[in-house]
Design a protein around this ligand. Sequence first.
Ligand SMILES: NC(=O)c1ccc[n+]([C@@H]2O[C@H](COP(=O)([O-])OP(=O)(O)OC[C@H]3O[C@@H](n4cnc5c(N)ncnc54)[C@H](O)[C@@H]3O)[C@@H](O)[C@H]2O)c1
Length: 264
Amino acid sequence: MLAVLVNGALGRMGREVLKAVSAESDMRLAGAVDIAASGENVADIINIKSDLVVENDLEKVLADKNPQVVVDFTLPDAVMGNLRVILAQGVRAVVGTTGFSKDDLAELERLARDNSTAVLIAPNFSVGANIMMRLAEAAAKFLPQAEIIELHHDKKMDAPSGTAIATAERVVRARGGCVKQGHPDEREKLAGARGAKIAGVRIHSVRLPGYVAHQEIIFGGLGETLVIRHDSNSRECFMPGVILACRAIAKYNGLIYGLDQIMG
Ligand SMILES: NC(=O)c1ccc[n+]([C@@H]2O[C@H](COP(=O)([O-])OP(=O)(O)OC[C@H]3O[C@@H](n4cnc5c(N)ncnc54)[C@H](O)[C@@H]3O)[C@@H](O)[C@H]2O)c1
C-alpha cells in the first residue's frame, strides 16, 4: 500500500485529494496536514471511515507517519517552504500548487537529487488538458495559424491561464518559430481587441461565473478550421492525474515538470 500524506488538506483541492487517495485500493491516507487545521477529523471532511485528524505541523507529521509520497496543494507563498521540509526527509512530492520561478525549480531539482528523492510539479493535473496540448502540437505541424480562447470562473486572479501560455509555447515550438496571425497591417480600433500575444500566438481570456476551466485552440488553414477544445467541469478532473503521479513518482529522481512527462 502506497502511503500518501495530503498537505493543504482543508483546501478545495486538498479535500478532493483526500477523497481520491482513500478510494484507491493500493493506497492509504497516511496523514493530513493544513496550516489552518484545528483538530478536524478526516472522516467528517470527506465522509469516510478514518481515524485521521488534520494536523498543522508538517515536519512532525512526516516524522510520525512516515509517508512515501506527499501531495501538496497549498498556496504559492507556502509551497517552497513545504518542499524544503519534505525533500530534506527524502520523501517524494507530487505538487499541484502553482507559482514557481525558474530559480525555485533549480533549487528543487538540486534538493531532490541531494536527498535521492523526486518532486513532480504539474501546473495542470487534468489528463484531458495535457492531451489537448499534445493534439495542438500535432495540429500545429500542419495547420499554420492558431488562436487560443481560454475561459475560466470569475474568481481567477491571473490572465491568461498558465495552460494557455504553455499551449501557445508548444504550438510555436512545433511550428519551429513564430506563428503568423491576422493581416500584417491589421490595427486595433479598441486596445485588446485582438487579445494578448504569447510567443506570437493570440490568447483571448474570458472570465465569467458558471465556468470552471476551459480552453479552445482554433487552427486556421486554407478553406478549413480545426477546433480542439477541453472542458474541466469540476475539480475531480485533476484527480486521475494526481493518482497517476503518486504511483509513477517512485521511479524517478530529481525534478519532473509537467504531467505530460509521465503520460508515456
Ligand atoms: N495543478 C493543478 O492542476 C491545479 C488545479 C487546481 C488548483 N491548483 C492550485 O492548487 C493550489 C491550491 O488551490 P485550492 O483551490 O485548493 O486553494 P485553497 O485556498 O482552497 O486551499 C489551500 C489550502 O492550503 C492551506 N495552506 C496554506 N499554507 C499552508 C502551509 N504552509 N502548509 C499547509 N497548508 C497550507 C490553506 O490553509 C488552505 O486550506 C493553488 O496554487 C491553485 O492554483 C492547481
